[in-house]
Design a protein around this ligand. Structure first.
Ligand code: ADP
Length: 513
């Protein structure tokens, strides 16, 4: 099949989170299934720098950009995946994060930027940007590409569309007046169109208009149909549930493999686990912590936001660090949480290291050197670090939600007996539950090393490759090509009675974008 994969980030060109990992690895897996899959991204400076042999394919005049937009062609680095870059310098030639400015606030013209990107994707989808190629299906990802299925739904002859939700709390919400600024047809401004509580919602456009909707784990697919995780879109998602599928993300074993990882101090596999201890010592040295095998070394890699339960970690830090425990944290996000963590690190210089920033190599070294990984997320569409950590023999401690529930097997008598246990799970969104689970893990680590190693080894044997998930996407592409859905599925069910978007957001402590 001929597939256009639209994304606002892809590893290694540009990455802010899991979407980049998926966009960098799923197309590679689909290419191995012999599909003609091509990736399209905005031409950020980082992407232009890394993409080799860029060639101009066409120049387009698109609404929303005064200058002609160049469509460039190259390849995703370290792969054979064809890559298109949408070069509109006035919108994308900006250093740093693709969505926010240096002070952490959104770029004020994000609606214009991603509407333009969507229009370029549509041109590619209709064979207007690369006359030599016309896809049968367009796979869109997250709100940044939400307008693609909307614009394509206005076309008589269009390819099939699939829209993947990687995180429903990031919605691409803009003031109502943006509709006009983006020159979107007035007919789309209604509760049955793009309107969401008097705001323009990009993500709603994708969910309502795509022929099929997927999300990144089976449990999250169920959760987003409920009020707590649906952010006001649960009614629409319930309505679309006959065409809503949760497919677990895979991971790129070329990049996340302790036996071949170029960034870790010493490579290892299940037969050379003594090298993992060397990585632990290196991690302790890197972070100025006392070098010793004795304490349980916990790792955390990820955004420092309430979604990830970072405030729960802060709540238990004093009690937890009364124990022989060290904690190395890497991430960035909410400035208040960053500051509180750094203050805690000053109180416990021998046990707690907090690095605020983004560092790919350090992330690999934490996965390799830590004994256990903390991931107490309030919600987690899929989560990747808990999968990486299992393959690195680093036992995950997670809240049982979304993809965490689908990928970590909780330690208990039965799962230990059948060798399926790979980590520790808790249910309640509370510091007490997190602390109790950490102490349970510590108890096993200190007092029953044989059972601890069983968890380590079971995790390292897990198969989190893309093989089965890429095959499932393949099946869905085939199905939507053969049976595209109705043109528009939007429904007023997105306003369930008695629910306000704000109250739903408050319950999960999230901010809506
Ligand atoms: P999310 O997409 O919600 O941020 P995921 O677990 O799905 O979370 O993916 C996060 C990805 O980003 C992982 O590959 C993780 O290693 C990486 N990552 C997050 N924060 C950092 C950081 N500060 N430095 C390096 N890598 C990071």
């Amino acid at each position: 099949m001929d597939i256009l994969f639209c994304s606002s980030e892809a590893y290694p060109l540009i990455k802010t989170g899991g979407l980049a990992d998926v966009s960098g690895s799923l197309p590679k897996a689909l290419l191995q299934l012999e599909h003609d899959i091509r990736l399209v991204l905005p031409a950020y400076p980082a992407a232009i720098q890394q993409a080799e042999g860029l060639k101009e394919v066409s120049r387009l005049t698109l609404s929303g950009c005064d200058d002609p937009v160049r469509i460039l062609r190259s390849q995703l680095p370290d792969s054979a995946v064809p890559l298109y870059l949408v070069d509109a310098p006035s919108l994308f030639n900006r250093l740093g994060n693709p969505y926010v400015q240096a002070d952490g606030s959104d770029w004020p013209d994000n609606a214009q930027r991603f509407a333009l990107f969507a229009r370029a994707c549509v041109a590619l989808a209709l064979g207007q940007a690369d006359p030599a190629w016309r896809p049968q299906v367009v796979h869109c990802n997250d709100w940044q590409t939400g307008l693609v299925p909307v614009l394509l739904s206005q076309e008589a002859q269009r390819p099939a569309t699939l829209f993947s939700i990687h995180n429903l709390s990031y919605q691409g919400l803009f003031p109502a007046a943006t509709m006009k600024a983006l020159e979107l047809p007035d007919t789309l401004w209604s509760i049955d169109g793009l309107e969401f509580y008097n705001m323009l919602s990009f993500i709603k456009g994708g969910i309502a208009n795509a022929d099929w909707v997927t999300t990144v784990s089976p449990t999250y697919a169920t959760e987003i149909c409920e009020e707590e995780f649906g952010y006001g879109l649960e009614g629409l998602l319930q309505y679309r549930s006959d065409r809503l599928t949760g497919i677990l993300n895979g991971i790129d074993a070329d990049i996340w493999n302790p036996a071949a990882d170029r960034w870790i101090a010493r490579r290892y596999d299940v037969h050379t686990l003594q090298n993992k201890l060397f990585n632990k010592f290196t991690l302790q040295r890197d972070h100025d912590l006392p070098i010793s095998s004795q304490p349980m070394l916990l790792g955390y890699v990820g955004r420092l936001v309430s979604q990830k339960g970072v405030d729960l970690v802060l709540d238990i830090i004093d009690t937890l660090l009364e124990q022989p425990v060290q904690l190395v944290m890497l991430g960035s996000g909410d400035p208040a949480l960053e500051e509180q963590l750094q203050a805690a690190a000053r109180r416990y210089p021998k046990q707690l290291s907090v690095t605020v920033g983004y560092d790919e190599q350090a992330a690999h070294r934490i996965e390799a050197g830590a004994d256990a990984l903390l991931m107490p997320s309030r919600y987690e569409p899929c989560g990747l670090n808990q999968m990486y950590s299992q393959l690195y023999g680093t036992v995950p401690i997670v809240r049982r939600t979304g993809g965490l529930a689908d990928t970590v097997v909780d330690f208990n008598e039965q799962t230990l007996g059948d060798h399926s246990a790979t980590g520790f799970c808790f249910d309640e969104d509370s510091p007490e539950a997190l602390l109790a689970t950490c102490l349970g893990a510590l108890n096993l680590f200190r007092n029953d090393r044989v059972d601890w190693w069983k968890l380590v080894i079971a995790g390292m044997h897990r198969d989190f490759s893309w093989t089965s998930s890429a095959a499932r996407y393949s099946e869905l592409y085939k199905q939507v090509i053969q049976h595209p859905g109705e043109e528009s599925r939007t429904t007023s069910l997105d306003r369930p009675t008695g629910t306000s978007r704000a109250s739903s957001a408050q319950q999960t402590g999230q901010r809506l974008h």
